[in-house]
Design a protein around this ligand. Structure first.
Ligand code: CTP
Ligand code: MG
Length: 232
């Protein structure tokens, strides 16, 4: 069997509603770079990829501004309505080149603070795994559960086995593509790659990552990401 190669899929077809900004967050600037370019370069600077595909909106006028668009090792494809549709579009665009057993990293375009140590740990911990897994961080706060339609606390949830799922997530190409296709065609909600893989009956492996691998979501996250990048 050939040695599995490593591919990268970047879902970047979101519109960033929670940022309330005129351009989507992946095209906003941070420390002189576009956030999408930072998210990609933190991976390309650390591991050797067979290729990279970025899923963007069909009417995207900003892609041409990126460094990624000028790199001939990086291609783009049209994303979909939900994040999972965009990831599946990226996987499908690799169909002719990727083998079932190859690895795919999926990393949010809006996550520019990935530390190289986390990426190296993810890739090395999973290298012998049959399925794949994800970076995640233990839940730190006490968790409260309310009832439907009320803010009255019903219970405190035991957080001892709870994790926050981050990206990159890394799965075997064939398993991930089949799992996403099955979940989407059944209309089941898919919030990350691991959830689709779980629905297919597999057990993704958690690799503990740093809590500062934040996803830019609301405007205040920009200042936090700026600070974090200044410390790396
Ligand atoms: N994404 C995507 N295709 C979609 C929706 C989201 O590729 N249809 C991407 C986003 O571009 C982002 C990542 O998935 O890189 C994580 O999604 P999120 O943080 O929710 O980004 P947005 O959907 O853009 O933001 P919001 O939910 O606030 O609108
Ligand atoms: Mg979203």
């Amino acid at each position: 069997m050939t040695t599995p190669r490593l591919w990268l899929v970047i879902p970047a077809a979101g519109s960033g509603q929670r940022m309330h900004s005129s351009r989507p967050k992946q095209y906003q600037s941070l420390r002189g770079n576009l956030i999408l370019d930072l998210a990609i370069s933190r991976i390309t600077a650390t591991v050797t990829l067979a290729g990279c595909v970025v899923a963007i909106r069909p009417d995207d006028p900003w892609w041409g501004e990126t460094r990624a668009s000028k790199d001939d090792r990086i291609t783009c494809c049209t994303g979909g309505r939900e994040r999972a549709d965009s990831v599946l579009a990226g996987l499908q665009s690799l169909q002719a080149r990727a083998e079932e057993n190859d690895w795919v990293l999926v990393h949010d375009a809006a996550r520019p603070c990935l530390h190289p140590d986390d990426l190296n740990r993810l890739v090395s911990r999973l290298s012998d795994h049959g399925v794949g897994g994800l970076l995640a961080t233990p839940v730190a706060d006490t968790l409260k559960k309310t009832g439907a339609g009320t803010l009255d606390v019903q219970e405190t949830v035991d957080r001892s086995h709870l994790w926050r799922a981050l990206t990159p997530q890394m799965f075997r190409y064939g398993i991930l593509k089949t799992a996403l296709q099955a979940a989407l065609s059944a209309g089941r909600p898919v919030t990350d790659e691991a959830s689709a893989v779980e629905q297919s009956g597999y057990f993704p492996c958690i690799v503990e990552g740093r809590p500062d691998n934040i996803k830019i979501t609301v405007p205040a996250d920009l200042a936090l990401a700026d600070f974090l990048l200044s410390r790396f």
